[in-house]
Design a protein around this ligand. Structure first.
Ligand SMILES: [Zn+2]
Length: 374
């Protein structure tokens, strides 16, 4: 099986994988979307952020949120594969014969490599009965399993269940098969699509594949490992649907109250402080002079559209406070934590963050010195 692993074809101009630039669009409004479905957002997330987010929140709340995350990811996975099949004329008919289903399963393996979520290979597949896959380097094992289950449910049209075992460190064998019933929670975990505002961002794009150069210059696909690296920091990144994290938190707020959102802001704040440091934007221990400070803010904000996190359309800096208007924020609390962490890293002091939704899809954030800080 390993012998069949082929390297992804690269753009001759910028080196970006062609299949990624074919299926994924970097828009001019701070979003990234799938070719098959323009309203279906994609985000580029740092592995370290996601990995810590759920475990930190579980530790703080003292309960497991794995099942909520699983159901949200399963639905996001189904929406992805469904969009793919809906847009291919005759795909529904074609996926019935075993041969075409096998192609569908191979397509799933490819998605893992394209998105940096894992390296997967089919061990055994009996259409309509079961499938066995070996998965290396999953970005998160449970969420990866949810993706596999969602893909099979789309392919076969019935609910699936899964079980897995660890074969060796970071290598898992997962087996999926149809099941009669489905968890009650799954019914509530529908994805909420939001209105997307148009934008007029101008990316400096590769003339050949149209991917923004600011992104292709620092992302490296290591497809034989199922990993994408940010070469600036040496950290792993993944491309994920833009809905799973939001759906998980919506469900948690319903069960546990607003406190959950505060945890989300805080987890993102902590992560951003580290990230700004890794990028070398927060050198030294003294605050930067105003001109350099503004440059550092703008430099970091420029990354947001590349990662599909939103479009920062206005930035103001005065009296140790910053005001940022973001259109199409990926998730309002995550952006709040990002801006708070950014100010903390650059100005070396704690802050408070508030935000107001101006209109649907447009949020104004204010990050001010914390009441108890000098
Ligand atoms: Zn290119």
């Amino acid at each position: 099986m390993m012998g069949r692993d082929r390297a992804l074809m690269r753009c001759r101009e910028c080196g970006f994988p062609r299949i990624v630039s074919f299926f994924i669009r970097w828009n001019d409004n701070g979003t990234i979307s799938q070719l098959m479905r323009k309203d279906f957002r994609v985000v580029v997330l740092h592995f370290g952020f996601l990995d810590n987010l759920f475990s930190n929140i579980e530790a703080k709340l003292g309960i497991s949120i794995e099942h909520i995350a699983f159901e949200a990811q399963r639905n996001a996975s189904k929406a992805t594969f469904q969009a793919f099949y809906d847009k291919l004329p005759g795909a529904r008919v074609l996926t019935r014969p075993g041969f075409a289903k096998r192609l569908g399963v191979e397509g799933f393996n490819k998605v893992g490599k394209i998105t940096g979520q894992c390296h997967s290979e089919t061990v055994e597949y009996k259409p309509g009965r079961y499938g066995v896959a070996r998965i290396r380097n999953p970005f998160n094992f449970e969420l990866m399993a949810a993706n596999v289950v969602g893909a099979f449910e789309t392919l076969e049209g019935v609910p699936f269940k899964h079980k897995w075992e660890e074969e060796s460190p970071d290598t898992y064998v997962i087996r999926v098969e149809p099941t009669g019933e489905r968890a009650e929670i799954a019914e509530r975990m529908d994805l909420a699509f939001m209105r997307i505002l148009p934008g007029c961002l101008v990316h400096d794009r590769c003339p050949r594949c149209k991917v923004p150069r600011a992104l292709s210059s620092h992302l490296k696909w290591m497809e034989s490992d199922g990993i994408i690296l940010d070469t600036r920091t040496g950290s792993r990144i993944i491309m994920l649907d833009g809905y799973m994290v939001r759906t998980v938190f919506r469900e948690m707020v319903e069960e546990l109250g607003d406190e959950v959102n505060e945890l989300l802001v805080d987890a993102q704040r902590e992560w951003t402080v580290d990230h700004v440091g890794q990028l070398g934007l927060a050198e030294g221990s003294a605050p930067l002079p105003d001109a350099e400070l503004e440059k550092a803010y703008r430099e970091y904000l420029k990354n947001m559209p590349l990662y599909g996190l939103g479009n920062p359309v206005q930035f103001e800096m005065a009296d140790s406070s910053v005001k940022v208007k973001v259109e199409n924020p990926y998730e309002v609390h995550i952006i709040a934590g990002t801006l708070q962490g950014l100010r903390e890293a650059l100005e070396k002091s704690r802050s408070a963050v508030e935000w107001e939704q101006e209109s649907e899809g447009s949020v104004v954030y204010s990050v001010t010195p914390a009441p108890d800080s000098k």
